[in-house]
Design a protein around this ligand. Structure first.
Ligand code: CO
Length: 495
């Protein structure tokens, strides 16, 4: 056996432990009784500690050296070489942040995240702050440690954990660019809003779930390797062989939950399409969270809210909820293409959405760089909300800075992935349409195989073998750009 193969075998153990932790993490969000959080937090923190210990194993370090030698002698395949590089990066990362610090951060996060659910409901920023402050300070400490090891700024070190290839200079450039055209687009789109019929009645959760499952099925989701459940904050978790999607339902409105399901299905399909033979290795993982969001947003925004898709959807919706003029295609289009700035990011329309992300990005970057304190967040939030969307969040923490799970969950550097993912989704979709002139007709008839086979060929099946920015260039012929995103928004909302 080559040294590389031995290394892979050792790393398989880490992959398998991660598999278990992912499923337990899903269980924590979906099934766990209210008072079981503390023990679960300790058990999960222990699991992460075990992963770090396995990564720091001396034998593994030697194998990396020797496998590196084999790579230099061209003894590895392209995929193996890429996998080795990813393993080396993970090792460097494991060494960068002391295990005690990681452990403390995991505990602080689990405590804060668990309390957040009730404290958010109660609009209780005051009780939340002392639980949140350690999350921020420990994240900053870990970010500095990573920054030092990788020669990055602390915020870039956080970004890199979610999406390699990104840095804040690039994001500043892109977001500042968006800020030059966004207010005008938003104003014009708002001025064009037509009257919408609100679907009336009560929409049973059972029917909503059946409709959701039917749509997932049409999009190609494999229920033999995945499932759909309910959680407080919708997400797509689990692993590529066992995808755990969640949503949340409201009986007065099925439209949000349904689009949420389509979004998470995009994440789920990406996971299900990852290369099976690399399942437990870093090369078999998704190529980053910007890429991940680009898949969910392709399904949600490019496909799900398009007229051809809504033509396909309308009969299915009527089958479950009876006929109602509000469920006809043209009204569904008005609902799903409505532009109305609101306080909540996850409920935001496609045009307002980037403002929510830019606001969070600007705040979290300053927070990590240390130019603001944790206690300053609400005031800054209120100011930016007013500037970008003209909305007032004074005293409303629940629908303001406490609305997302990301920060209490210790995820700083994630938010940009949404808007960059939306840009990228537009870029993928344009490339897809260039390859298939009859794409709209296929979507209208409920045939999504062109889409999934194109994505599978260019993105899913590649795992993390190619550098994400190369992957984008190879598949679309150009570097990541906001051009197609802007064109898409103008075409959909202004023409
Ligand atoms: Co998503």
């Amino acid at each position: 056996m080559t040294h590389y193969k031995k290394l892979e075998k050792k790393f398989d153990r880490i992959g398998k432990l991660r598999h278990l932790l992912s499923i337990v993490g899903w269980d924590e969000q979906v099934n766990m009784p209210q008072d079981s959080g503390e023990s679960r937090a300790e058990a999960m923190a222990e699991g992460y500690l075990m992963i770090q210990e396995l990564q720091l194993d001396a034998e593994l370090q030697d194998l990396i050296q020797e496998a590196g030698e084999e790579a230099r002698l061209n003894k590895l395949t392209l995929e193996q070489g890429a996998n080795l590089k990813l393993i080396q990066k993970k090792m460097k990362d494991a060494k960068a942040v002391p295990s005690q610090l990681n452990h403390a951060l995991t505990l602080a996060v689990m405590k804060c995240q668990h309390a957040w659910r009730d404290l958010r409901r109660d609009n209780d920023w005051k009780s939340f702050l002392p639980l949140f402050e350690p999350v921020v300070s420990l994240t900053k400490e870990a970010a500095s440690a990573r920054a030092e090891a990788f020669g990055l700024t602390p915020y870039n070190a956080l970004l890199d954990q979610y999406q390699s290839g990104l840095d804040s200079d690039f994001i500043d450039r892109v977001f500042n660019g968006i800020k030059t055209w966004h207010p005008d687009l938003l104003d014009k789109a708002r001025a064009r809003q037509a009257t919408i019929l609100q679907p009336s009645g009560s929409f049973s959760i059972a029917s909503q779930k059946n409709l959701g499952l039917e749509v997932m099925n049409a999009l190609g989701f494999d229920f033999k390797r995945g499932r759909l459940d309910v959680s407080h904050h919708p997400f797509c978790g689990g692993v590529s062989s066992d995808v755990r999607m969640t949503t949340r339902y409201s009986e007065d409105d099925f439209t949000q939950s349904l689009m949420g399901i389509i979004h998470e299905t995009g994440h789920g399909l990406y996971e299900l399409g990852l290369p099976k033979e690399w399942e437990f290795q870093p090369a078999g993982h998704a190529a980053g969270m910007m890429l991940h969001e680009s898949q969910s947003l392709l399904y949600e925004m490019q496909v799900g809210r398009s007229l051809p898709f809504l033509k396909f959807l309308s009969p299915m919706v009527k089958k479950h909820f009876g006929s109602d003029p509000a469920l006809e295609t043209d009204n569904l289009q008005k609902i799903y293409q409505r532009v109305e700035p609101g306080l909540i990011r996850v409920d935001a329309d496609e045009v307002s959405y980037p403002a929510h992300v830019i606001l969070r990005y600007e705040i979290e970057k300053q927070l990590i760089e240390g130019s603001i304190a944790t206690a300053d967040i609400p005031l800054l939030w209120d100011e930016k909300m007013k500037t970008y969307l003209g909305l007032d969040t004074t005293g409303n923490y629940k629908d303001g800075c406490m609305q997302d799970i990301h920060w209490p969950g210790g995820s700083f550097g994630y938010f940009p992935c949404y808007t960059l993912g939306a840009m990228l989704a537009a870029q993928w979709f344009r490339a897809l349409k260039q390859d298939h002139d009859l794409l709209d007709t296929a979507i209208e008839s409920g045939d999504f195989t062109w889409i999934s086979s194109w994505l599978n060929k260019h993105i899913w099946s590649k795992g993390s073998v190619e550098h994400p920015l190369d992957l984008i260039k190879n598949a679309t012929g150009e570097a990541l750009t906001d051009r197609h995103y802007k064109l898409h928004l103008e075409r959909r909302y202004l023409s």
